[in-house]
Design a protein around this ligand. Structure first.
Ligand SMILES: N[C@@H](CCC(=O)N[C@@H](CS)C(=O)NCC(=O)O)C(=O)O
Length: 264
């Protein structure tokens, strides 16, 4: 699993408070929860008076992992969701908790109200946008940022995320050659590759958020991802815009709740 790096409280810069006061747009959780987003949109077809309480989603996650991105995204909705915390020692191909649900043994793994399984953070986030009217973390179909949002969402999960998959537990991939240094080499090359990817992103974005003036789900990824390897110091020096996004998102009330539930 991507090792989290303990946040350094002293590093919280002064402009963070200004950012907090000004930059959470309509996605501010207070305004989100005060709108009339129905708790159970999937029950919309049930005639009034016969509406029954919808079954909750069930989200399998691990503390500090990418499941927190999805948990935070759920925090911007009123959808009912239950959490199952999987110990890191029980993730991966031999996971007892996840084996029957997701053979990869990865989190997030989501059980839908109808019992079907959904994995892949990007798919789950797009599903939330499909399900929750007014979900503002995903630019809508005709929004001018839609194409860039999709571009970066898939980039994060298809280009960046696998560098952890291959670098975290190198024995899985190099087998007996681990003894001969292949694991170390794989770790190093995936780390270097990831740094290149992040530098590329940093050059492409203007800030203050990933897509500019408005917070989107891409910013949620920057929360855990800027705390994972290569770590906070590296991001602060090499990718200050991404570093800042991670810092501000971490302080968002929704993410604070998620962090507390994850005992971070
Ligand atoms: N493509 C997946 C990646 C999920 C993933 O790699 N999760 C990590 C935790 S951050 C995991 O479960 N690692 C355990 C493993 O692969 O064995 C997504 O976007 O949801």
């Amino acid at each position: 699993m991507p090792k989290t790096v303990k946040p350094n409280k002293d590093r919280r810069d002064r402009s963070l408070d200004d950012a907090l006061a000004s930059s959470f747009p309509a996605s501010d959780p207070v305004s989100m929860t005060s709108t009339s987003i129905p708790a159970t949109d999937h029950d919309a077809h049930i005639p009034k008076g016969r509406a029954k309480k919808s079954k909750p989603y069930k989200l399998y996650g691990a503390s500090g992992g990418g499941s927190m991105i999805v948990e935070a995204a759920f925090g911007f909705t009123k959808l009912p969701v239950e959490f199952v915390d999987v110990p890191w020692t029980d993730t991966g191909w031999n996971s007892k908790a996840l084996k029957k649900l997701n053979p990869l043994g990865q989190v997030p793994t989501l059980i839908m109200p109808d019992g079907k399984v959904m994995t892949e953070s990007a798919a789950i986030i797009l599903h939330l946008a499909d399900t929750v009217p007014g979900f503002e973390l995903v630019p809508g179909l005709n929004h001018p940022d839609r194409a860039q949002f999709l571009h970066w969402l898939v980039f994060l999960v298809a280009a960046v995320y696998p560098t952890f998959t291959f670098g975290d537990d190198t024995k899985r991939w190099v087998g007996a050659d681990e003894k001969h240094g292949a694991g170390k080499a794989l770790r190093e090359t995936t780390e270097e590759h990831r740094k290149k990817l992040w530098r590329h992103v940093e050059k492409q974005i203007d800030g203050p958020w990933f897509l500019g003036p408005t917070m989107t789900a891409l910013d949620l990824y920057m929360w855990p991802m800027t705390f994972w390897r290569p770590g906070r110091d590296w991001f602060e020096k090499e990718c200050p815009k991404l570093f800042k996004i991670g810092t501000v998102v971490k302080a968002h009330p929704v993410c604070k709740k998620v962090a507390a539930r994850n005992k971070l």
